[in-house]
Design a protein around this ligand. Structure first.
Ligand code: B16
Ligand code: MG
Length: 218
């Protein structure tokens, strides 16, 4: 059997922390009286903390001092850390562990590719660290999604060319990153939102071992 690299995004793919990011940003947007909705939030998925705040401010053409900008970032992250502090392995999304186990048992390579600077904390909390050969997160990249750097770094670590890597992503920016990096992209979530993905699934319960085998042998 061939060896492929399976790169997992974190927020919205392994755990539903996307909702916590949304709630924390919503508080900031409300404070600044910037209209914000779950639809607008799609634009922030996979996007770094700093770029997310820049986008939110741009929706109202608002500029703030560097000091206030940093204060807002800190406030958002503290709020987010509070939400994730109680996470356990029970928060892992359905069939993710089975998929990871199946890939491991079939000698596939597995990496994490997340824009989040909190990725390591979460992966430890939900006790999945042992599955990943490497964790490439928001602390180890200079350019964030839709730039492919995070996934290319993972491929490099796994010593695999991009075309042998498969990325699971829930964000538009992440699918763009995987595609422009020359990888196979798998959209997890709403098919219409993630229409640029090579394959689409609602969640991991729809991903069968036969499909994983097909990806490996292609
Ligand atoms: P943090 P992912 C991304 O994680 C989230 O989708 C995005 O909403 C968030 O702004 C970004 O991480 C940065 O997160 O503030 O924790 O550094 O989906 O790439 O795993
Ligand atoms: Mg995500």
């Amino acid at each position: 059997m061939q060896k492929k690299g399976f790169i997992f995004d974190l927020d919205g793919v392994i755990v539903n922390t996307a909702i916590y990011h949304y709630l924390a940003w919503k508080k900031i947007a409300d404070q600044l009286e910037i209209p914000f909705s779950e639809i607008k939030n799609e634009q922030l998925k996979g996007v770094s903390r700093t770029d997310s705040l820049k986008k939110i401010l741009s929706w109202k053409n608002l500029t703030v001092t560097k000091e206030i900008f940093n204060h807002l970032l800190e406030k958002k992250n503290n709020d987010y850390l509070h939400y994730i502090s109680k996470m356990t392995e029970n928060d892992i999304l359905p069939n993710v562990v089975n998929t990871l186990k199946w890939l491991k048992n079939n000698n596939q390579q597995i990496a994490l590719g997340s824009a989040s600077k909190n990725a390591k904390i979460i992966i430890e909390k939900i006790q999945l660290t042992h599955f990943f050969e490497t964790i490439i997160d928001g602390n180890s990249v200079t350019k964030t999604k839709p730039n492919p750097e995070v996934f290319l770094n993972a491929a490099k670590y796994l010593k695999l060319p991009p075309e042998k890597c498969i990325v699971f992503e829930d964000s538009v920016a992440g699918i763009q990153a995987a595609n422009s990096g020359g990888m196979i992209s798998i959209g997890i979530g709403d098919k219409k939102t993630l229409s640029d993905a090579h394959y689409n699934f609602k969640d991991f319960t729809e991903i069968k071992n036969e499909f994983l085998l097909k990806l490996i042998n292609n």
